[in-house]
Design a protein around this ligand. Structure first.
Ligand code: ZN
Length: 316
């Protein structure tokens, strides 16, 4: 056994959206993320699966949605859930984002001081909580989205926050099996980071003892995936979880990464996803997100699937 970390950061976060077009317009035009893949929910091919990310969909930048449309069951915010997604920008981009959100009629709270960063808090069109975290720790290069200037582009995730009525079991799990270290604590927030730290490696655990449990549905976050280098390190994580009696799925092929799923002790769905093969496996960089991509087992029924999906327009 070596001491190298098998989990290196956040890979992607997946949430449930309502109207697909509103979702696209917000994440592409307002947040300036790139729409990098249009596919379907492999477990329910009559629902889209949208992927947003940076220019090429690097792990640590990927936000994905199942848009259940406006008829989908509405979720409820609460404990036992991922309660906020935080994007990362350089500190020098804070003023731009305050002006940009205002210009786009997005009400926000902040900037608030949290540990050593500045935080803007707002909601997406389905009312789940988003944050933009501005800090000097953010050194990833910018990229040109066509909507947000390169130097101010969202670089990827800063963190995800998980809320629990009781945090103890999740704390033990994060720092034991998942190799996170507790790096900071203030009021009801405990910050965990992976070795090396930095944007994209943080998870905040929030204690809300009196808050009722959330409900999965539109406007709720479905799961978080942590990244691992390859199939070998993924199997090592899987073996470790199984040895501690966690119920872990077999490896599932998600076309763009390989995944295992399990629930952490507080019942939030976690995934460990491999960095390879990535989003360029079936589309060239300049064609990302342009056509509906289906896994080969759905190709025979492509026209039936395509006609059942709502029409959408990707802003260019
Ligand atoms: Zn996932």
């Amino acid at each position: 056994m070596n001491n190298e970390n098998k989990i290196t950061g956040i890979h992607h976060i997946t949430a449930i959206a309502g109207n697909p077009q509103k979702n696209i317009d917000f994440y592409v035009k307002v947040l300036g993320l790139r729409f990098i893949k249009k596919t379907v929910n492999f477990d329910d091919p009559h629902t889209y699966h949208f992927y947003y990310g940076d220019e090429t969909g690097n792990p640590g930048t990927i936000l994905t949605f199942f848009p259940w449309t406006e008829h989908g069951f509405k979720g409820k915010r609460g404990t036992g859930q991922i309660s906020a997604i935080s994007f990362s920008i350089p500190l020098s981009s804070l003023d731009f984002w305050m002006g940009w959100l205002t210009k786009n009629n997005i009400a926000f709270a902040g900037p608030l001081n949290r540990f050593s960063e500045q935080v803007l808090i707002f909601e997406d069109p389905d009312e789940f909580e988003l944050e933009i975290v501005a800090s000097n720790e953010e050194k990833r290069p910018g990229w040109n989205s066509g909507f947000v200037p390169k130097e101010h582009s969202i670089r990827g995730f800063w963190s995800a926050s998980i809320s629990h009525q009781k945090t103890e079991m999740t704390e033990t799990f994060m720092s034991g099996l998942l190799e996170f270290k507790k790096v900071n604590q203030a009021e009801n927030r405990i910050r965990f980071a992976l070795v090396g730290g930095g944007p994209g490696t943080y998870v905040d655990l929030i204690s809300l003892p009196d808050q009722p449990r959330g409900i999965m549905g539109v406007g709720a976050i479905h799961h978080i995936a942590f990244r691992t280098a390859d199939d070998k390190t993924q199997l090592e994580v899987r073996e470790k979880l199984i040895s501690k009696n966690f119920d872990v799925t077999p490896v599932v092929d998600r076309n763009y990464f390989h995944s295992i799923y399990f629930k952490e002790p507080g019942n939030v769905l976690f995934e460990v996803a491999t960095d390879p093969p990535g989003f360029l496996v079936d589309e060239k960089p300049d064609a990302l997100g342009k056509s509906l991509k289906l896994p080969e087992w759905f190709e025979p029924v492509r026209s039936e699937i395509e006609s059942s999906l709502p029409k959408i327009i990707i802003p260019q």
